[in-house]
Design a protein around this ligand. Structure first.
Ligand code: TYD
Ligand code: MG
Length: 451
């Protein structure tokens, strides 16, 4: 039997090494050298069920038939929406999220409610632990099979025996394959086991859903390549101290990534939140001055962020300016613009700015919310809770357009806002939004609009 051949590659520049080194001599990056398989053992894990000699035939694009039944209804409306209408047969979906956010709960719940034969493979919990969790959830699907296994070869053996309609893997970081030696969770194991599962999914048209842990930085642990390999990347997020959870698609080969699903974690599992505005209404019962909500984008993800400002008369000679989560230089610039271009006397005032939730924002679209929160605190007049902002502020006091405005408007609409204030110069593709889109070009207009 041929032995697996591996080699070491720099993940940054791709230089190949015969053995592991700490620093890449080509690009001088540290800790980027990773072992990778370059030739696998003869024994394949997922047996060739279809003849390898089958050659695909090129078809004219208008001759290709689309079969609508290629999607499996997950019986979970929020998940269906994020997926673009259900699980596509033969697709590979990755569900990422922080530990304890509810990934296992969500997928177990789906496994129990979907009326299909589901194989739920867990490498993290024992069968009885999963059974206990299932007892808490109300749905019962007698066709849900639980397997505790981490070796892909054994998983495939079970798959051949039971022939499931859907396979769930909890989690990809616990799997390992015989064909390489690296430990579970290492980059080469993740890559290899995912490749085996993708091969299985494509050859049998069985959808596979993987759970993936995410690192502290918020990316799915393992190489970026994992995100390239799978068809759909879902992110499950939320604050562990709050009960709301948001499911969004970071990548979706079969649907839009602008959709999001909202859940509430209850003692009996995750409840689908059909009317998202309830989150905003239930969390605050009175409007406070000095807060404004910005529709920002975090990478590919839209995010509504609350900006809080406090403007008060300076006690000491030199007024204090401080910003948490926002660039202090940019705050000073905005204050200068407000002073010079819009005539607000803020020179003798202390200004404190805080981005709620301890996040730091680079997106310039937050500028208008910063302006609004400062004005609101200065006037001591609250901004309506269902109003949000998305625009950049220029040195001349002009309200400038921001990118992907439709995605921001859509997110605000989805989250239950009734008004969004954006730049007049933004080209908005769609005109029939349910949310009221207010167009402004100068700070004075924003002021008139709000107070
Ligand atoms: P879990 O699905 O184990 O998270 P993950 O797989 O993402 O690590 O969910 C963990 C949390 O969910 C746990 O802290 C308890 C809570 N939970 C509930 O509040 N209600 C429930 O019905 C269940 C099953 C879990
Ligand atoms: Mg889990």
């Amino acid at each position: 039997m041929a032995k697996t051949k591996t080699s070491f590659f720099c993940q940054n520049c791709g230089t190949q090494y015969a053995k592991w080194v700490g620093k890449c001599t080509a690009c001088n990056e540290w800790n980027t050298i990773v072992e990778e398989v370059i030739q696998k053992e003869e024994k394949r894990s997922w047996k060739q069920t279809s003849p390898t000699k089958r050659v695909s035939k090129a078809l004219k694009i208008n001759e290709i038939a689309i079969n609508e039944e290629d999607r499996i209804d997950t019986k979970n409306n929020e998940l269906n929406r994020v997926l673009g209408g259900g699980l596509v047969k033969g697709s590979m979906t990755l569900l990422g999220g922080e530990p304890g956010i509810g990934k296992s709960t969500l997928l177990l719940q789906v496994a129990l409610s979907i009326h299909r034969k589901v194989l739920y493979v867990s490498g993290e919990e024992s069968q009885s632990q999963i059974k206990m969790r299932a007892e808490r959830l109300n749905d019962q699907n007698t066709d849900c099979l639980i397997l505790t296994e981490t070796k892909t070869q054994n998983i495939f053996k079970t798959i051949e025996e039971v022939d499931p309609d859907v396979v769930v893997i909890d989690s990809i970081q616990t799997l390992h394959t015989e064909s390489i030696d690296a430990s579970p969770g290492s980059i080469s194991q993740i890559r290899e086991t995912t490749a085996e599962l993708i091969k299985f999914a494509k050859e049998t048209s069985t959808p596979v859903v993987l759970i993936g842990h995410i690192t502290k930085e918020g990316t799915i642990a393992g190489p970026k390549i994992l995100e390239h390999m799978v068809d759909v990347v879902l992110q499950f997020e939320g604050d562990r101290n709050h009960t709301y959870r948001i499911l969004r698609a970071q990548k979706n080969r079969f649907g839009s990534t602008a959709e999001l699903g909202i859940y509430e974690m209850q003692s009996v599992g995750l409840r689908e939140v059909e009317n998202p505005s309830e989150i905003l209404i239930s969390e605050k019962d009175e409007s406070l001055s000095g807060t404004a909500i910005a529709a920002t984008l975090e990478g590919m993800r839209p995010l509504m962020i609350e900006v809080q400002a406090l403007v008060s008369t300076a006690v000491y000679g030199t007024p204090q300016r401080s910003a948490t989560g926002y660039n202090i230089k940019r705050l000073n610039m905005i204050l200068a613009v407000l002073e010079k271009r819009a005539g607000f006397r803020l020179g003798a005032k202390d200004v404190f700015l805080n981005i709620a939730g301890g996040i730091s924002v680079d997106d310039p679209a937050i500028d208008l919310a910063v302006v609004a929160s400062i004005l609101s605190s200065n006037e001591d007049d609250a901004i309506a809770q269902d109003t949000c902002f998305a625009a950049e502020v220029g040195l001349a006091g002009e309200i400038r357009p921001v990118n992907r405005i439709d995605q921001r408007i859509l997110e605000a609409e989805k989250l239950g806002f009734s008004t969004i204030i954006v730049s007049k110069f933004n080209k908005i593709a769609k005109s029939n939004y349910k949310i009221k889109v207010v167009l402004v070009s100068k700070i004075e207009e924003v002021y008139q609009q709000l107070f």
